[in-house]
Ligand binder design. Sequence first.
Ligand SMILES: Cc1ncc(COP(=O)(O)O)c(C=O)c1O
Length: 418
Amino acid sequence: MQTLWSQRYALCSQRMRSSAVRELLKLTEKPDVISFAGGLPAPEVFPLEAIENAVHRVMTNWGAQSLQYGMTEGIPRLREFIARNCARYGINVQPENVLITCGSQQALDLIGKIFLNPGDRILLEKPTYLGALQAWNAYQAEYVTVEMDDEGMRTDQMEAALRAGPKFIYVLPNFQNPSGVTMSMERRLRLIELAHHYGIPLIEDDPYGQLRYEGENLPPLVELDSQARCNSPYSGNVIYLSTFSKTLAPGLRLGWIIAPAEVIDRLVIAKQGTDLHTGTFVQMVAHEVAKSGFLDEHVTTIRTIYRERRDAMLQAMEDYFPPGVSWTKPQGGLFLWVTMPSEMDSLEVFKKAVEKKVAFVPGDAFFAAGDIRNSMRLNFSNADPGKIREGIRRLGLVLTECMEGEALTQVMSSATTR
Ligand SMILES: Cc1ncc(COP(=O)(O)O)c(C=O)c1O
């Protein structure tokens, strides 16, 4: 129906879609539904006491200043803290390379705002983070995609995509959302090499890098790029994004961008038009919590709890999922990725799953072309091991039913065509 408003929306807003995850979350909010749908950290790991003490210290030490407008770049001591932290990984980052954002989601939007003209191409993994698609659809981006396997983006298939002249490459090397896959060292090096060769910048989105439950830490692309260049301060080919959402609490809405200073300057102007700056108070609170080294200890606790949940999910899948269904075994992060036989439709499975009071995100939301329908993303951080086991048991029943139904339909249709 046309309304006074509907005739006035800008063309670019017509490509904006509400995130599938948010819409589905509404269906799964009932308390008796076991939801593996959202990407929610476990609320029981939020460090309430540390944050409460930090709030108190901020009010006592900084009072009115903590409630005042601040610099768009972010408060200097938080930018310095992040720059120093990068030095731990051998990346020469100065505060001028750091912009504090309202979460990494805002970083994705600001990147779209400064780089994308309508029709510009972005090279992405297939599947990819749907929040990035949501951010960049608004700027009328087009996508070129590259398949993934269990070592991450297929760099051997990238050259054709690179020749399509993308503005940048967007990649999630650690425990990718949605697949849970980690890019191998060999692929990281090859990706840096290809990006240099074709002169295409990389956007590295790394919200989960600290949440590793097994295996060796691998260097972020920004580190590999900075080593290749030996420049100081960082002025390379990578824009790196991270966030306090998964290590501290997502409600703080606090993330950061590491980029060459000239890019930060542009992003700052873009951010001024968006929200002037990220909240001074939350930045001060996060800095108070982080500066004492508390975050390192806290992340160790989170890792232990999430590792247990990941293991509970993997074991339950072994026990309850029918043959023909496969899944990734993530070394960290919050998600794993399930692939069903090719004729299955995850939306149909989702509807039946909600009836059995278990939920997930149908996988097509994570494909730029929405063309793959037989996969699903499961989150393992937000339910305890007992609930995970029960949820996976229910999902196993749904999958078995759907697969039997599908097999029956195929037998019937081949009988009628004979
Ligand atoms: C890959 C990825 N990028 C960005 C974000 C947004 O994070 P934030 O809460 O910092 O906005 C998320 C959130 O789940 C994510 O998974």
